[in-house]
Design a protein around this ligand. Structure first.
Ligand code: NDP
Length: 779
């Protein structure tokens, strides 16, 4: 095309970026890569190839890591970890800063290599992926520097196994490696089989930046290598980004291993356009939401919901915009949509769309490249909310859509998904936007913008989009643990006896469900004896139907999550006041149950704990992140939902209160299973709740064997989180069963906790989920 022709047609001429330097780098490395272990490269083998999806050409030969190589990588990481941690925050900050500088220096090389390997347009890798990677390392250099002063009670987890997908190869690496190294961990990272090259260049950068041998290890291969990492006994934490199916498998396979786990999984994120939206901006936003990276984006705005009154106009303008998109050589700077990562992915997208018979399908009227993995931008309108393509992730440039009439319907449709990663909404009415944003079930909400990311604002999902956050202060929690050694928790058995009842009157307590005292479904109870062998009373034995009823009651008490911190604080103070009025009675009961003498102290500490949580109820607030846009990212702390908890055996009242109070202070509803051997303090306690204005269903109390109740609670799809502080080690059962709805779990792994020590912050953190709401400003 000549300049004259371009001038006359006003078409873009080609503006290709040269691939020469990136290809020369590959050739310099011998066009074949081994594993990067302990600071050196292993001998390469020709096990599989990395190809350019835009033209099918082979870029390099790669090596499938063997079990021996994984063992060597883990052992190098283990050996390097203590010294790396002891280097201190400043020492690590300097290294992370050096990495950031080198990433900046070689940014063009990284961008071109990423585009060659992945097929994404160079404009995206150059202007979005690589700058965000650098930003992540700068930001976390700062976190390393601040660790000692700001997180004095935190220490590194140890060796982290990290597994990333192919859609943002280097960016996902940065999201995982930067916080891990900042907090003093060492890593073994596996890039995706299709896109390993920038991770291998990153290994080279680590070498240049003086990262000590063994601190960063990069191993290549397919899912089998991922499995070797997740199964490795000497890894302390697994950080995984990928599909929900694989995430679920990893949750099951790591259950009971004691490994920490974060899962960043898939999504089917809603993109809501209200009738007062700036339509042109909303359409430009859609280009970024669904055609960015060919739609291969976990948080892609792939489900368009348009208000009915503007739907026809919106679709017409959207189709016109789609026709203007340019597909082609991803290295051309004038290209909007590049190549899909691999022929396998292209086939998946093609099959999903071609087998759909619902709605109306529109493929953009664009010139398609003659070779390579390209798929036209596609819009499917008129789908029912339950249609397969409205529910399942396509992971390609395909937008599905339906309409809504009212804001309430928009929220219902948006939340009608098993995922909860991100959501976008467009409206010129700030009141409407800020009313809707908190109602959307998603870890990130963008108002009048889309796909904004920054290291200072945590990213991550809820529901089947996984758990954990990457970025921000909240992301650090995934790479640290509390300082200090833990002690094993011995299983506590119930006391036995053969004497008669202390009180001849039969006072068999009941379960406490939905604000009512309820007989156990099975109709059974067990005798509870004191140290002297005297019968103290009968405790009901709950079964899975009681669990179901308690969860239903907790779900029905949703209104609690919408109450103010001030109201919740008042109710917690009131519980404390009523407990205090019966302190002597509770102290005697505790002494009788456990045979100890510390009942009075336990009651007093429980009252203090209630005060602490009442104090926090209106103070544990969110933040406004200073993200580099004209706008704010509001980090809102939201309740997790319904939390189940197996309460500690050894502190029958204090333990239950320490678990309940922070959870309800943050607006959660709870299903508590009382101390297994000493349940009667809990059944006395519901009388206190009954007199303290706690709304029905907010606190539900069951008694019975922890071992029997853990499984139905962990498997229940309407329980959002399950904690266990039981003296029976239930970690394996809970973590395995939780994979169904990927609920958050917090288990003690058989380690003791000092309940006299006030650790409310840890509980407040586990009781909340952070939602980042991005609000750009300006006309
Ligand atoms: P996969 O889950 O298939 O793969 C992700 C990574 O896990 C790859 O490195 C893969 O290896 C590896 N892997 C595959 N099987 C196993 C296994 N059994 N055990 C351990 N590791 C395994 O996802 P995709 O690569 O298909 O990526 C797309 C998915 O990732 C989408 O669902 C997307 O939504 C999600 N995603 C989520 C993000 C988030 O932040 N929430 C961000 C980006 C993507 P290999 O590829 O070599 O086979």
């Amino acid at each position: 095309m000549t300049v004259k022709e371009i001038f006359e047609s006003m078409d873009y001429g080609p503006a290709p970026e040269s691939a020469a330097d990136a290809l020369a780098w590959i050739v310099d490395q011998g066009a074949a890569f081994g594993q990067f272990i302990n600071g050196t490269w292993t001998e390469p083998r020709q096990d599989f190839q990395s190809k350019n999806p835009a033209n099918g050409e082979t870029l390099a030969d790669l090596t499938q890591a063997s079990q021996d190589e994984i063992d060597a990588a883990v052992s190098a990481a283990r050996k390097a970890q203590p010294k790396w941690e002891k280097l201190g925050g400043h020492g690590r900050a300097k290294t992370l800063y050096a990495i950031a500088r080198l990433l900046q220096k070689h940014s063009r090389l990284f961008a071109v290599l990423e585009t060659l390997d992945n097929g994404k347009p160079i404009r995206e890798s150059r202007d979005i992926d690589i700058p965000l990677v650098q930003r992540h390392f700068y930001y976390h250099a700062g976190m390393a520097q601040l660790m000692e002063s700001e997180l004095p009670d935190a220490q590194a987890l140890g060796v982290c196994g990290q597994i990333v997908p192919w859609n943002f190869p280097l960016l996902m690496l940065a999201w995982k490696v930067a916080p891990a190294l900042a907090m003093g961990n060492t890593v073994v990272l596996k890039p995706a089989e299709y896109t390993s090259l920038t991770a291998l260049l990153f290994a080279d950068i680590c070498h240049q930046a003086g990262v000590p041998a063994g601190v960063v290890n990069i191993v290549t291969g397919d899912g089998a290598v991922g499995e070797m990492i997740t199964a490795h006994p000497d890894i302390d934490k697994i950080a995984f980004t990928g599909s929900t199916d694989v995430g679920r498998k990893i949750r099951q396979s790591t259950a009971g291993s004691g490994k920490a786990l974060t899962l960043e999984l898939g999504g089917k994120s809603p993109y809501i356009v209200f009738d007062d939206a700036d339509i042109d901006s909303a359409i430009e936003g859609l280009v970024d939401a669904i055609w960015f990276n060919q739609g291969q984006v976990c948080c892609a705005g792939s489900r368009l919901l348009v208000q009915e009154g503007i739907a026809d106009r919106f679709y017409t303008r959207l189709k016109a915009r789609m026709d203007g998109l340019r597909l082609g050589n991803p290295l051309d700077k004038c290209i909007d949509v590049g190549a899909v990562v691999d022929p396998v992915q292209l086939q998946t997208i093609t099959d999903m769309v071609s087998t759909n018979t619902d709605g109306e399908t529109y493929h953009a009227n664009v010139d398609m490249p003659v070779e390579g993995c390209f798929y036209p931008p596609t819009l499917i309108t008129g789908l029912a909310p339950s249609a397969r393509l409205m529910q399942e992730e396509i992971f390609g440039p395909v937008l599905v859509s339906t309409t809504f009439r009212t804001p309430a319907e928009a929220v219902a449709l948006a939340n009608n998904t098993r995922y909860g990663l991100a959501a976008t909404l467009w409206s010129e009415n700030i009141n409407l936007a800020l009313d809707i944003a908190p109602k959307l079930v998603a870890g990130v909400v963008w108002v009048n913008a889309t796909n904004l990311f920054d290291a200072a604002a945590g990213f991550g999902g809820t529901r089947e989009s996984g758990f954990g956050r990457e970025g921000g202060w909240e992301g650090l929690a995934a790479y640290t643990k509390p300082k200090g050694a833990t002690k094993p928790l011995k299983p506590l058995a119930a006391l036995s006896g053969d004497k008669g009842p202390v009180d001849p009157l039969d006072r068999t307590p009941k379960l406490y469900i939905g604000g009512k005292q309820t007989r156990p479904d099975g109709g059974y109870s067990r005798a509870v004896y004191g140290k002297t062998g005297a019968l103290l009373g009968q405790a009901p034995i709950a079964n899975r139907k009681d669990v179901r009823n308690a969860v239903e009651a907790a779900q029905a008490a949703k209104g609690w999550s919408g109450t103010t911190g001030h109201l919740r604080a008042q109710i917690l103070y009131y519980i404390a006041e009523n407990l205090s009025a019966r302190a002597g009675e509770f102290a005697s009961r505790l002494n009788a149950l456990t045979g100890g003498r510390s009942g009075a102290k336990e009651v007093d500490t429980a009252i203090q704990r209630l005060f602490t949580c009442a104090a926090w109820a209106d103070k544990y607030d969110g933040q406004a992140h200073g993200v580099p846009i004209r706008g704010v990212a509001l980090a809102m702390k939201e309740p997790v939902g319904v939390i189940g908890a197996l309460c500690p055996d050894e502190a029958p009242l204090l333990g239950l209160v320490s678990v309940m109070a922070p959870a309800i202070a943050m607006g959660n509803r709870v299903v508590l299973v009382a101390s297994d051997p000493f349940p009667l303090a809990a059944t006395d306690f519901y009388q206190v709740l009954e007199t303290s204005d706690v709304p029905a269903g907010v606190v539900n109390i069951l008694t019975g064997p922890h071992g029997d109740l853990a499984k139905p609670l962990a498997g229940h799809m309407d329980v959002d989180a399950l904690w266990s502080f039981s003296s029976t080690d239930l970690a394996a059962t809970i973590e395995r069963e939780s994979a169904g709805n990927l609920k958050r779990t917090w288990v003690n792994n058989g380690a003791a906790r000092n309940w006299s020590h006030d650790d409310s912050r840890a509980f407040l953190q586990a009781s909340t989920e952070i939602k980042n709401i991005w609000i750009p400003y300006g006309e």
